[in-house]
Design a protein around this ligand. Sequence first.
Ligand code: BJW
Length: 254
Amino acid sequence: MGTLSIPIPKDLKRTLSSAKCVVVITGAGISAESGVPTFRGEDGLWKNYRAEELATPWAFKKDPALVWQWYDWRRGIIGKAKPNPGHFTIAKMEKFYPEFTLITQNVDGLHRKAGSENVIEIHGNLWRVRCVEEGKTFYLNDVPLKEIPPRCSCGALVRPDVVWFGESLDPQLISKAHAALTSCDLLFVIGTSGVVQPVASFPSLAKQSGAQIIEINLDTTPISALADITLRGKSGEILPALFENMSLEAPKKC
Ligand code: BJW
């Protein structure tokens, strides 16, 4: 199996080639090899910043400029980041499998940059902003921002159109994600610590509906116990090795 330097379970090739309806869940780990910081762990954002001071609606109400300074800094990093082989392989998987849905918790937009189309950005998008008065959303791509905090043409503040702790996720996106998770036969869970709800519960939903689960992560997570196959290592190395060096027969339509 190509350049993969970790032991490969025997039935993995069969699992990959027999699946027809596939869902991929990604977290910050998929973008780590693009130079985007993760949240938890040794080098994670929460090591130096307190989540409740930056990624909550209360933090924004208290000090919108502070919150926007943090986002401006992250937009500076993400604006320079390029998709890595992990992102590109996931975009290829979408072409390979008859039914394919990508659910990403990432707000960096790198999956779309890599060519993924059927993407559910379940925690929003860092480049989109929302007027706190009118609720309208639009893209604001300036890096750095021209003013902090930025404002809508109506004069009100705008906020990043992302989901902060204590906020509900978009119910339409949740329904779309649930529909995909309950009908898939194979779920990949890639580069997420699996601790943030409700996404942390998505793998068990798929499992209860009969899906097999493959986890790709550097470390053990709460998802590992549910997974049928765990692949320990970098997603930017494992994913290309799985799909580019395997001569998989394209599965037939669902
Ligand atoms: C690699 C790698 C490589 C590294 N290759 N792998 C039920 C029970 C308990 C609490 C709750 C609950 N329901 C809701 C809550 C509260 C809260 C929550 O879950 N808290 C927990 C932390 C306890 N959830 C919410 O508030 C959510 N809202 C909600 O549920 O509304 C209803 C409700 C509200 C309140 C009460 C009850 C119900 C909203 C969650 C919003 C999360 N927002 C953030 C910020 C987004 C905007 C932004 O980016 O600025 O989303 S927080 C942050 O965490 C971000 C991420 O999307 C999310 C997940 O992180 P992720 O992606 O897993 O990253 P890391 O860093 O944690 O992990 C990286 C992984 O990659 C690691 O495992 C590495 O090993 C691995 N890795 N390099 C492979 N190269």
